[in-house]
Ligand binder design. Sequence first.
Ligand code: 6R9
Length: 641
Amino acid sequence: MSYPYQLKTFEEYKEAYQKSVDDPEGFWGDIAQHFYWRQPWNKVLNWNFTEPKAEWFAGGKLNITENCIDRHLETMGEQPAIIWEPNNPEDRVRVVTYNRLHKRVCQFAQVLKNNGVKKGDRVCIYMGMVPELAYAVLGCARIGAIHSVVFGGFSAQSIANRLEDAQAQYIVTADGAYRGDKVIPLKDVVDDALIGNKTVKKIIVYTRTRLPVSMLKGRDVWWEDEMEYAETQVEKEGVVSCPAEVMDAEDPLFILYTSGSTGKPKGVVHTCGGYMVYTAYTFVNVFQYQPGQIYFCTADIGWITGHSYILYGPLSVGATSLMFEGVPTWPDAGRFWDIVDKFKVNILYTAPTAIRSLMGFGLQPFDGKDLSSLKVLGTVGEPINEEAWHWYDEHVGKKRCPIVDTWWQTETAGIMISNLAGVTPSKPTFATLPLPGVQPVLVDENGNEVEGNNVSGNLCIKAPWPGILRTTYGDHERCRLNYFSTYPNLYFTGDGALRDETGFYRITGRVDDVLNVSGHRIGTAEVENAINMHAGVVESAVVGYPHTIKGQGIYAYVIFSGGSHDLELSKKDITATVSRIIGPIAKPDKIQFVKGLPKTRSGKIMRRILRKIAEGDLQNVGDITTLLDPAVVEDIKNGRL
Ligand code: 6R9
């Protein structure tokens, strides 16, 4: 495969950028030509940010799996699409060629059909990082079912909320998942999530760990049995391969839940055509992928990074994507380097939190590992600090690999601001310049655009790009309110940024009540709601504080009425409650019991003060005269109860 839209020089980038601003429809229309459409579009773009509406490639018909799989078969059928490294390095590696991927995806798509799944139905997927997860995701896309992958670190309650919101009728899961030395009982968690659920009809269970699981007659079926049956159908009924459902460009492809500043996670909806074009375009340009290269993204498919840059983006351009089941520190902290060496990885895409955690192990884990295959490094998920950037550059890239710092979000589907590896300039800790098609603006608190360089403000985007979210599932008004109402006619990202003297962007972090803990987005309100469910809790307030490995840690101030109970034990109970309600990823790092919270006369908690105290910056809590009871601040600072 060749990529005629791959930009090769800074000049080409500037030209493409200019064209994308002057003539977005011409620009994206040209790129979209390089994909396989069953029927061409009538109009590249219809949009307004008031409803909001963004319609890309209207009238176009396609199936994303034909682009990700079928169209590669003739020339690249025997090339690896997915290379799978198991959790345990002693276990067998699996290499899934494009031919094999085609066979398995079609087979599983047939399984879905056999179980009653139809176009437009929502299928929740809760699995570990196994190739079958890829088959499940792509199998849904094949028949036009809307997948909603839930990360394995979320609790039963979180799954239940998502199932309810999406009105999902089907679940694909596994008995369990391996992650380092842990075994996660996925099916048990799903069973808990289904207590009281009225919509789910079928659960397909893949066998990974052979943990004993309950299997209910009429509801639960084994993956292996279903796949075998689908295979015999092929023989008996001559079903050669499950034909791809012809989808409208704007038919939903998936829902992915993400945290915002309000309590309940939102189901971000992406559609088939624009999502495909945007993930492919950004993948090829940011990483400068060359055919035949081995690309390794360490994310989990439960997050947007895994959707766009393990599966859809790489596969749509015929790349080889390495999928890793385990964790970076097991059996030891050299695991990533073993994998790079073992498969001669060319491109490595990971998160600052992983880099910082590996930094803590020193240089010994690199001993004897050949990293000379690496050509490009990438980071995503949170701002990268200077120290981590340089460590990555020196010890992983040996100062000869460009690092792409890619800023984007679940809502944007793909990379928005990033240097292009080796093509556009880089600057440590700066995401640098927008991708063609992306028009960032900084606005001040009054919503006025901040022009010129050497400025900072809230980061907004002025016009749609093909990967922009289309809605939040089941509640379009919520989408409008969250993203398009803060500043009229702008998409508001929730991030703050600065633009340096050369026009490069540096993302400074969230300006709303969203925390970024180890690259995972968690809403403070969500954590507060979970803490407040503990029987002894009267009220709570959650803020983030700087954490050397996680980026941000979770600090909870709690008014507790548990009386004379053992307070340390009560903190553990609160932590267990949060883990049960949201999942282990949202557990507070610190809990402080307090007498009162700093509130204004109108009852609003002044988080600014709590943030300062959590940071340990007790001198600079600022003006507290507007508080209803300024004395609470001293009590909190002194840890008085
Ligand atoms: C892809 C992804 C989105 C939030 C985003 C921002 C932060 C992501 C970043 C970054 C600084 C980067 N973020 N990449 N901050 N530099 N390169 O992570 O999506 O899980 O939705 O998180 O992550 O705060 O708003 P998502």
